[in-house]
Ligand binder design. Structure first.
Ligand code: DGY
Length: 324
């Protein structure tokens, strides 16, 4: 590459990746890690050849469709790209890439952690010990729900759901149900002896754990609301590592208050980083701050994936992870 293209990174990235970017591009980093405003993002689109946002940056139509736009590619640091107005990118001829595959296992691990954490009352137990409330072992102390052999219902059967199915089926002997109107890979179904459900209601009624693995789209926003939550078993748990807005948080609160479901494990929230204050009061809710992909290995791999995508783009090749 002879010309050094101007690249803006919107948040602090693992230093190995920042160094790698710096070797090939005229890169501006965000050492302070303070999120950029819409105005600053718009200005960045006007001044840089590539903007590398993450899931916390809202790349709106206003940001993309500026008359003075210079940026030709948005290299998203994240597999989900609901932070970007994809239609606007498409109509303005801006390329968008994401970071699939590299975060599959770590996100699936967090889904299993939430599933185990909420059903075995892990954070409740941990606080109990730390607060010195533990008076000793007794037969009825902090009894949770057995996981092994139970039925796991997966909403969406993409890469992360398949990794969860693998861990749950082979590690915990769980029966797998799934609902995904776009999925038709029989090999995968056979691999986990998974049963496809024709409707989401079938899945909700038959599962001891319901784990969400769909992107946030106009079809899935608010998918889990008071009506769908009411179809789950009273003894079941809801797990969300997908996107917060797939669940109507106020309805989830209502479902927990009225005992429609037994508990929830949540890594993502409707108004991140704000969490519905009522959720903070439930002992049967296990909460994490959007940690799905948060391992050193994965965050570095995500950054390297963004690097390869923009390097290929500026070398005149098709970026591997182009979404539009
Ligand atoms: C993603 O990549 O979409 C995650 O939510 C952040 O890791």
């Amino acid at each position: 590459m002879t010309q050094k293209f101007k690249v803006l990174v919107t948040r602090k990235w693992p230093s190995t990746v920042e160094k790698k970017l710096d070797e090939s591009f005229d890169v501006t980093l965000n050492e302070s890690d303070i999120p950029m405003t819409e105005e600053q993002l718009l200005e960045a689109m006007n001044s840089y050849d590539a903007v590398l946002p993450t899931v916390t940056d809202s790349i709106s139509s206003k940001v993309i469709s500026s008359d003075k736009r210079k940026a030709k590619i948005i290299g998203n640091f994240g597999v989900g790209f609901n932070n970007i107005d994809i239609e606007s990118a498409k109509s303005n001829g801006v390329v968008v890439t994401n970071t699939p595959e590299v975060l599959t296992d770590c996100t699936a691990d967090i889904a299993m952690l939430l599933l185990l954490g909420v059903s075995r009352r892990a954070s409740e137990g941990e606080f109990h010990v730390r607060k010195k409330e533990w008076s000793g072992w007794r037969p009825t102390h902090m009894m949770g729900t057995k996981v092994t052999g139970k039925t796991l219902g997966l909403v969406g059967m993409g890469r992360i759901a398949q990794a969860v199915a693998h861990k749950a089926h082979f590690g915990f002997n769980m029966k797998i149900l799934f609902f995904d109107p776009y999925f038709n890979n029989n090999d995968i179904i056979e691999k986990f002896s998974a049963l496809p459900c024709n409707t989401i209601d079938d899945l909700l009624r038959g599962s001891d754990f319901v784990s969400l693995h769909c992107p946030s789209t106009s079809e899935t926003k608010g998918l889990m609301n008071i009506k769908t939550l009411a179809k789950m078993k009273n003894s079941s748990y809801l797990i969300n590592t997908a996107r917060g807005d797939v669940v109507v948080e106020n309805d989830l609160v209502q479902a927990l208050e009225s005992g429609l479901i037994k508990g929830a494990g949540l890594d993502v929230f409707e108004g991140e980083p704000n969490v519905n204050p009522k959720l903070l009061n439930f002992k049967n809710v296990f909460l994490l701050p959007h940690l799905g992909s948060a391992t050193e290995e994965t965050r570095e791999a995500m950054g390297m994936r963004v690097f390869s995508n923009i390097r290929d783009f500026f070398d005149g090749k098709e970026p591997t992870d182009r979404v539009v």
